[in-house]
Design a protein around this ligand. Structure first.
Ligand code: NAD
Length: 495
């Protein structure tokens, strides 16, 4: 049977993440039979709630599902609430009592998943108590799921990691990067390692440049307070973007297993050039959105957003060029960009292949050097909101003469398939239940990502900005376009 057996303890059980993502994901796993009778969930937070009230909240989070009251009730009956201030040791005694009782009641084999859906400054404190108060069990499995952000730079991340490692081993720690739960991110490896016609060209002999865009069409909305202290570099580049880059750049693993994939990803990240301050200035640009208009809607300056410092120097846009110094990638720029309030929402990868060595279709009065290159072949991987991939190939234009014209072979998953595909959190929670940490970030990846990003942050922190420098509804500041033009390229995705 597929049934997974565990007790979940969700710290921050009254929070936004729990309601929006965790309870619906657990419900989907329940409907699919991965969770049946032998599971229970303890929600904890400071508020005083009863089990009944908690169950109502859980059921409310499931209103989008078309399900019977009966089904909702039997699912919600597995949920228990424990009021708990994570800073008070005696509260952990109550938690332990409840956990032990539920373990017996549902025959959970002492399997425990601790989900920390709250502010990271509590992580060390919670994990320390889980160990000292013996909520971590001796016999079952004990796994810890933690949310981003994992530190704010290398030093704070290392400190946080040391604290957590005081209670949990690396293989018990599941650091969530929800991008890794997305179907099309996992598909990057299928496209690469399942297609010889692509993988055999996947190197600096045939690839001109790689472009990764994570674009949002929205601004900070109500998250201004959090975002203003973070910015796009820490919020999007350090984690999601570098994860995508490592999947694109890694060597083929000997076999597609957790340990092998991880090793290859870490090696790829270790080859990303750490820039000198001078190189940072040449290769990374930042922006902050100003007022603008998009699809008939008016947008305000970032600096006028709720809970944002009116003089904020926080970047809402980053574009940069990464170089990967190894045999495969020497000389191939990986351009990355991410920003808020851009023209269109979407995560996309463009692999731009080199043109043919010479253009044989040039006119006779042109030399091979004078002629324009043939249009480049481009492999696009669409991560979201549409999912699929396309490849442009050159063909002859129908008609007189001999004109070369790119045509696009395009595959997109249907809306039906997408509706029925598991959501990122659902997949990741199931992976954790099964003990598979392939799609979570290893400490070595986190550490190296911070080293790459810290030097950029450091340079930027010492320079004043001229913000805002891009209008809402555009694809970022001019400097982001100049960055590629300087190298003779341009952004393939330019909505
Ligand atoms: P939230 O503010 O909605 O919830 C925080 C929870 O922590 C609440 O349940 C609160 O009661 C509890 N809490 C706070 N102090 C406590 C204490 N001393 N003792 C016990 N409980 C306490 O936050 P959220 O949006 O659910 O985010 C939780 C974590 O997940 C954060 O680290 C956030 O960065 C991360 N995250 C959230 C999202 C999201 O979509 N909301 C996405 C990615 C990452």
């Amino acid at each position: 049977s597929n049934e997974q057996i565990a007790l979940f303890t969700i710290f921050g059980g009254t929070g936004d993440l729990a309601k929006r993502k965790l309870y619906p994901s657990l419900f989907r796993l329940y409907r699919k039979g991965f969770l049946k009778e032998r599971f229970a969930v303890i929600g904890t937070a400071r508020r005083e709630w009863t089990d009944d009230y908690f169950r109502e909240v859980v059921k409310e989070s499931l209103i989008d599902f078309d399900s019977s009251e009966n089904e909702l009730d039997s699912f919600a009956s597995h949920f228990y609430y424990q009021s708990h201030n994570v800073t008070e040791t005696e509260h952990y005694h109550n938690l332990k009592k409840l956990a032990t009782a539920l373990d017996e009641k549902y025959r959970l084999n002492q399997n425990r998943i601790f989900y920390l859906a709250m502010a990271p400054n509590f992580f060390g404190l919670i994990t320390e108590h889980l160990k000292s108060e013996k909520i971590v069990t001796p016999d079952g499995f004990n796994r810890l799921i933690i949310e981003k952000p994992f530190g704010t730079d290398y030093n704070s991340a290392a400190k946080l990691n040391d604290e957590i490692r005081g209670a949990f081993e690396e293989d018990q720690i599941f650091r969530i990067d929800h991008y890794l739960g997305k179907e099309m991110i996992q598909n990057i490896s299928a496209i690469r390692f399942g297609n010889n016609i692509l993988e055999s060209l996947w190197n600096n002999k045939y690839i001109d440049n790689v472009q990764v865009t994570l674009a949002e069409a929205l601004g900070v909305e109500e998250r201004g307070g959090y975002y203003d202290k973070s910015g796009a570099l820490k919020d999007m580049i350090q984690n999601h973007t570098l994860q995508v880059v490592s999947l694109l750049a890694m060597e083929a693993p000997a076999i597609f297993t957790e340990k092998n994939i991880r090793e290859e990803k870490i090696k790829a990240l270790n080859s990303v050039r750490i820039y000198s301050p001078e190189e940072v200035k040449q290769n990374f640009v930042r922006g902050q959105y100003g007022a603008g208009k998009l699809a008939g809607k008016e947008f305000i300056n970032y600096r006028d957003e709720l809970n944002v410092d009116p003089q904020s120097e926080t970047e809402t846009f980053v574009a940069g060029k990464l170089m990967i110094d190894n045999f495969r990638w020497r000389g191939v720029p990986f351009y990355v960009r991410s920003g808020k309030q851009l023209t269109e929402k979407g995560t996309r990868i463009n692999i731009v292949f080199k043109p043919t060595p010479i253009n044989v279709f040039r006119s006779e009065n042109e030399t091979a050097c004078q002629a324009q290159d043939t249009p480049r072949n481009i492999l696009t991987i669409y991560i979201q909101p549409t999912e699929g991939f396309s490849l442009t190939l050159n063909g002859k234009e129908i008609g007189d003469g001999f004109n070369i014209n790119p045509v696009k072979m395009d595959f997109r998953h249907s809306a039906d398939t997408l509706d029925n595909s598991p959501e990122a959190y659902e997949k990741l929670i199931l992976d954790c239940l099964k003990g598979d940490s392939t799609n979570f970030t290893h400490w070595d990846e986190v550490a190296q990502s911070w080293r790459i990003v810290d030097v950029i942050r450091h340079v930027w922190d010492q320079e004043t900005t001229e913000f805002p420098n891009y209008a809402s509804g555009t694809m970022g500041p001019q400097a982001a376009f100049d960055l590629l033009e300087r190298d003779g390229f341009n952004w393939i995705w330019n909505p």
